[in-house]
Design a protein around this ligand. Structure first.
Ligand code: F0G
Length: 480
């Protein structure tokens, strides 16, 4: 996919696959989109998928499978214990990561549950490049503290640095030397919440060195490994011609434990933990039948496990792992060229809009990223995800902790959308940017005390949504 040049010189990402199963989509008229958004409490999590034209909420469990994955699902071995399907998956993981042991879990956060239950004690700290919502929840739930050691450039919205997910290894050494009890060091590949930004192998080697010096356990969250592999080949000096599988092994060799959500890695649904050490494996193993299911399925369907095995093998193919990042880059670069504020450089996972700048007139207490998500659904039937103040939890005194960044995440599930659909999203977002003054804020009318972004309901602070729909009609006539 990276190799094909166009005679015109245009930078168009060319798909190295064809689509053979399709799902019909529906695009509601703009007036119905306003009604659907209000029925969903102005929270994109509460929309009915049947009312969504482009579902860019997440890339979790919604990536396209290959024909080889689908056919492998028919060969699954249905057995409670000792399934041949489990053996095939465990062997594939051993082949790729070179780690002896594998514990299956029903998804990524279930692996986090088992890791935290085993390693986190009250008062311990877990340093990491950046948190993910579920990983932080499991650590704090057990009385541990998350310490983020992302390098300062990781939080710069616009940048030309290729590895914004890097961890500050000197700060890690300082923390280790302070004598605080470190439960483990967590390194997240393709750092989700700061815009799918990768970490370099050079940085991982530095982190390993500190771990060796202080006897720390290094745990990798490899959910977004595929994107990170692509970026190492693309951006890290000396890796352009190194096979993907060799890079994956080099990454794994630097860690002690590696866990993943197979809703992302392997393009199916499930998860698991790979380990090198028998003693640690034995401690974690006892929790699998307790929380997940028997040791040879861990809560996963055997059909999904077969799909993961093939999906992991296909992840070692540069054509497969480049599709997402190339489409994302196309989308981000096109939007930047049209003046839309985006997180740069383009990362993995999806395109991230800087709502703080896009809606500079909306105060953070009125959730600009949430308002932008609602506005984009009205403008184009596109469902994104708020990643800003709405995703935070109130302080005990009821005040709002304002988020570092106000982002609208537009995930690009891999191999799901065509380039013309991406062009449509670019077009509607550009129109919205030109009409941004019409967009107002949101306020909660139902606010759950925890995870309010999932279930909370909000209302617009004025009739701005009707005005936006009227402008849409005026500009687009009878177009959907
Ligand atoms: N770690 C990372 C880096 C993730 O992105 C996710 C999920 C998880 C762990 C948890 O895995 O969902 O299988 O339990 N990210 C999804 C997202 C939810 O939309 O970005 P899970």
């Amino acid at each position: 996919m990276t190799q094909v040049k166009f005679h015109s010189g245009a930078a168009i990402p060319l798909e190295m696959h064809k689509v053979r199963i399709v799902q019909k989509l529906r695009l509601l008229p703009v007036e119905d989109r306003v009604a659907a958004m209000n029925a969903a409490g102005n929270n994109t999590f509460l929309l009915q998928n049947a009312d969504v034209f482009m579902d860019m909420l997440t890339d979790s469990g919604v990536n396209a499978m290959s024909d080889r994955q689908q056919s492998a699902m028919l060969l699954a071995d249905d057995a409670y214990a000792g399934s041949a399907t489990y053996t095939r998956l465990a062997e594939k993981l051993r082949e790729i990561f070179g780690m002896e042991f594998f514990l299956p879990t029903h998804q990524g956060r279930a692996a986090e549950n088992i890791i935290s239950e085993t390693l986190v004690t009250p008062g311990s700290v877990v340093p990491m490049n950046y948190h993910f919502t579920t990983s932080k929840a499991h650590i704090t739930h057990r009385g541990g503290e998350v310490v983020e050691l992302i390098r300062p450039e990781g939080l710069e919205v616009t940048s030309t640095l290729g590895f914004k997910g890097n961890l500050d290894a000197a700060a890690l050494a300082e923390l280790a030397a302070s004598g605080r009890h470190i439960a483990y060091v967590r390194v997240e590949l393709g750092t989700n919440l700061i815009g799918g930004q990768p970490l370099s192998l050079a940085n991982l080697r530095e982190i390993r060195q500190v771990c060796d010096e202080f006897g720390l356990l290094l745990v990798l969250d490899a959910s977004l490994l595929a994107d990170n592999l692509y970026f190492i080949r693309e951006r890290e000096p000396g890796y352009a011609d190194v096979p993907v599988a060799a890079i994956a092994r080099e990454i794994a060799d630097l860690s002690d434990v590696l866990y993943f959500s197979a809703r992302k890695l392997g393009h199916a649904r499930g998860g698991g933990i790979c380990l090198r050490e028998r003693a640690l494996h034995d401690r974690m193993r006892s929790l699998v039948p307790f929380f997940e299911g028997f040791l040879t399925y861990g809560g996963m369907s055997v059909r999904e496990m077969e799909a993961i095995t093939v999906g992991l093998e296909e992840t070692m193919d540069p054509d497969m792992i480049s599709q997402g990042p190339l489409f994302i880059r196309y989308m981000v670069d096109s939007l930047v060229a049209r003046g839309v504020p985006m997180i740069t450089p383009a990362g993995g996972l999806g395109a991230h809009v800087n709502a703080m700048e896009f809606l500079a007139h909306v105060p953070q207490t009125q959730y600009p990223a949430g308002a932008l998500a609602a506005a984009l659904y009205i403008a184009g039937g596109i469902r994104g995800m708020e990643r800003g103040t709405m995703s935070e939890q109130r302080n005990p005194d009821g005040s709002e902790p304002l988020a570092n960044m106000e982002l609208l995440r537009l995930a690009l599930p891999r191999r799901v959308f065509t380039l013309s659909q991406v062009e449509y999203a670019i077009d509607r977002l550009t129109w919205l940017h030109e009409n941004r003054e019409l967009v107002g804020g949101l306020e909660f009318v139902e606010e759950p005390p925890v995870l309010r972004f999932f279930y909370g309901r909000l209302e617009p602070t004025s009739d701005w949504q009707q005005q936006l729909a009227a402008k849409f009609r005026a500009d687009f006539g009878d177009s959907l």
